[in-house]
Design a protein around this ligand. Structure first.
Ligand code: NCD
Length: 307
């Protein structure tokens, strides 16, 4: 039985197979409408979510399966003090697969140790968010036709932004990837990513504060929200929250074929005036999230691709 806790749980070849399946699903959606008949997905969300939870539910429903679950810790027995391990043992009796989001780093790993069904990490604190990464990879591949030889700018909250951590871990496995890590000093990428991922793999990267200077070099700009819920001190959040705002003026500095991604939700970091720019890809990205999650559910449940 397999889980997806970290993007590295799938090799480059397995990731490629999954992205190919997701692309086939995108192109032939009706063909997949009964492949998970009778199967159940449990969504256990101890933290807020719109896209991730609903795209998982939409994905399972589009495969013919059904969904159950909770969308806040307050409506689960967590408020009574039940542990993640105990909850997941129960859920293993009620569903065939589960997607879990939790505010604590490592919660999905703890769940996977007690589970009798595949566990998908739908975000564990400020740590990892592997299904967002699969979404990001499908978006980049669909827009540019490749996952190698490009310069990616990651901008905003690189300290707490779990989508950034997962995307870096996945992308360093492709040749010719360079990063611009654009953040205020207080929100720099964690040391473990710098040392164990970037330096350990000899990846070319620059840490900078200024978005304008980096802009002309980028093939992909990945904007992120300052992660309010992970700050200890509201004053720090207020000081840092609007540190980068992508607007039309900044977009003029970018290549004609650069794409802007954002895992969403956006707060102020992308001005709505950018939404009409053909290079703004964040809403398309959210759509790809459904196809990759369909492909992921099929892969973990070992459902055959229909002919
Ligand atoms: C991201 C997350 O939850 O980490 N959202 C998402 O799943 N699309 C990004 C964020 O909340 O800023």
């Amino acid at each position: 039985m397999r889980h997806l806790l970290n993007p590295l749980d799938f090799s480059v070849e397995e990731t490629e197979r999954l992205l190919e399946l997701a692309t086939d699903i995108e192109q032939n959606l009706p063909k997949y409408s009964h492949v998970c008949d009778g199967k159940k997905l449990a969504t256990l969300f101890y933290e807020p979510s719109t896209r991730t939870r609903l795209s998982f539910e939409s994905a399972m429903l589009s495969l013919g399966g059904s969904v159950l679950g909770f969308s806040s810790a307050n409506s689960s027995s967590a408020t009574k003090g039940e542990s993640v391990s105990d909850t997941i043992r129960m859920i293993s009796c009620y569903a065939d697969i589960t997607a879990m989001r939790h505010p604590k780093e490592g919660a999905a790993l703890v769940a996977s140790n007690a589970a009798k069904i595949p566990v998908i990490n739908a975000g564990d604190g400020g740590h990892q968010h592997p299904t967002q990464t699969l979404t990001d990879l499908m978006t980049i591949r669909s827009l540019t036709g490749r996952l190698d030889n490009m310069t990616i700018g990651l901008c905003g909250d690189l300290k707490f932004g779990r989508t950034v951590h997962s995307l870096i871990e996945a992308m360093v496995r492709y040749p010719g990837i360079r990063f611009y890590l654009i953040s205020p000093d207080e929100l720099r990428i964690p040391g473990y990513i710098r040392q164990d991922v970037l330096e350990a793999n000899n990846i070319e990267y620059k840490e900078v504060n200024n978005l304008d200077d980096a802009m002309p070099q980028l093939d992909i700009l990945y904007m992120t929200r300052v992660q309010k819920e992970r700050f200890f001190n509201e004053e720090d959040y207020i000081r840092l929250k609007d540190c980068y705002i992508l607007d039309k003026k900044k977009m003029k500095l970018a290549k004609e074929d650069m794409f802007v991604l954002h895992p969403l939700p956006r707060v102020n970091e992308i001005s709505t005036e950018v939404d009409d720019d053909p290079r703004a890809a964040y809403f398309r990205q959210a759509q790809y999230g459904v196809y990759v999650r369909m492909a992921l559910i099929m892969t973990l449940l070992e459902v055959e691709k229909p002919c």
